[in-house]
Design a protein around this ligand. Structure first.
Ligand code: GDP
Ligand code: MN
Length: 416
């Protein structure tokens, strides 16, 4: 499928408070990435020699029982949802008994988990049944792009676990950052120095140095935008293990990693999953202005202009080149599946895409879907005159520029 959801956009930080979000979205810029599920992240880390607990994925409570039994009943059941704060949302259970683990699985499948990081929440479809690690200490270790430093950074803390977000805000000095010079990479002594400054147990240092080197290799080779291991555990018998892992891959690099292609499973939202089925480049955001445009750059520009009005876009959607009326109709339908959309903004600069085809699609959508919300359209380029003629019959506010379109849309949101 087409993956033109390209690099950078000036979006207001939308996904709540996370340590990585604090670093990555400081200046309001969000990098569009594909999130991997924990079990996928673990497999990838293991292929880079990072120690991870053994485990298996299932959505069947009986199978969960069998997997748990094979681990002697001492397991952790973990909801596989693409959101932070699962522990606090009730998505993690520790057990000594396979039957209890199976019952917990049965209760979790189909349930919606809601956390401070994700107030809308996500439905659990799969769980990871993982051997329970006897944790002595919990560290935080991550690699990500820090926009303030304009570099990739290694982030370390001796205070890993579920409260790292609070610590990042209240005691930022407990978190060590090592900016990485792309010319030289990550030096062994830099890692050791940071481990020491972070106050991490000396017993774990050598293992953590190897781990940091391994994940940096993975970060570069797999075009990751984030590798976050929290907690990175020191076990009671002195071993370092990646107990939880979050990995995201740069969307713009997906073309060279067929192993990570976007799928329904990678979708963070039901509408995104539907977009994957329809082959539409769509990313859900949480504003009230629905956006349809052609070309990733033009859509990004539209999001910028909306942000300047103080309102927020509800989504990113690129109809792609040469869209026919039928596809435009499908796109309108998709955007309106989001009940938060109060106004629709259509921004087309016709090259290969013909303005009149887009206009026909919009009119078709209004008729067939009974669209009632206001629509603002800015259509320029190929067959723009014809497009305007088609749209003038429908109740659509025409705009001459992207800025004007954004301003009209913002006013219409206020009027509702
Ligand atoms: P998150 O809430 O989505 O970050 O999920 P985690 O996988 O990080 O689990 C949350 C917390 O559960 C961790 O910080 C640990 O304290 C605990 N936990 C998870 N797995 C294990 C395990 O194997 N053994 C023990 N003892 N605790 C675990
Ligand atoms: Mn975690």
């Amino acid at each position: 499928m087409k993956s033109q959801i390209t690099a950078l956009s000036r979006l207001a930080p939308t996904k709540g408070l996370r340590l990585t979000a604090l670093l990555q979205e400081k200046d309001g810029i969000l990098l569009i990435s594909m999130k991997l599920h924990e079990y996928q992240s673990r497999a990838l880390l293991a292929s880079y020699s990072v120690p991870v607990p053994k485990g298996e994925v299932t959505s069947d409570p009986e199978e969960a029982f069998r997997i748990a039994e094979a681990f002697g009943g001492k397991v952790v059941v973990k909801a596989q949802v693409l959101m932070g704060g699962r522990g606090k949302a009730g998505g993690i259970g520790l057990f000594e008994d396979a039957r209890k683990a199976s019952e917990f699985t049965a209760g979790l499948i189909g349930k919606r988990l809601v956390s401070p990081q994700n107030p809308i929440g996500m439905i659990v479809e799969k769980v990871l049944i993982s051997e329970k690690v006897e944790i002595a200490e919990e560290y935080y270790i991550a690699l990500l792009l820090d926009r303030t430093e304009q570099k990739d950074v290694l982030v370390l803390s001796a205070r890993g676990g579920m409260d790292i977000e609070d610590i990042a805000v209240k005691e930022p000095e407990a978190i060590m950052k090592v900016p990485i010079d792309p010319k030289w990479g990550l030096w062994n002594y830099e890692i050791r120095h940071a481990l020491k400054k972070a106050g991490i147990n000396i017993k774990a240092h050598s293992q953590l140095v190897s781990l940091a080197e391994n994940i940096y290799k993975m970060y570069r080779e797999k075009d990751c935008t984030l590798i976050e291991i929290n907690p990175c555990a020191l076990t009671q018998d002195g071993k370092v293990v990646a107990v939880d892992a979050k990995v995201t891959i740069d969307d713009s690099a997906l073309f060279r990693h067929p192993e990570f292609s976007r799928s329904e499973e990678s979708a963070e939202d039901p509408i995104e999953a539907e977009a994957v089925r329809r082959g539409i480049a769509y990313v859900k955001l949480d504003g009230e202005i629905g956006v349809i445009g052609n070309g990733a750059g033009l859509v990004m520009l539209t999001l910028d202009e909306i942000a300047k009005t103080g309102k927020k876009a509800a989504n990113f959607l690129d109809v792609g080149g040469g869209a026919q009326a039928e596809r435009v109709r499908d796109c309108v339908e998709l955007v309106l599946m989001d009940k938060g959309v109060k106004v629709l903004l259509i921004n087309i600069f016709g090259g290969i895409t013909r303005g009149d085809e887009v206009a026909k699609g919009v009119v078709q959508a209004i008729k067939e879907l009974g669209v009632e919300i206001p629509i603002v359209a800015r259509i320029e380029g190929t067959n723009a005159e014809e497009a305007r003629a088609i749209l003038s019959g429908a109740k659509i506010t025409p705009a001459r520029s992207v800025r004007e379109a954004a301003e009209y849309a913002a006013k219409l949101v206020e009027a509702r």
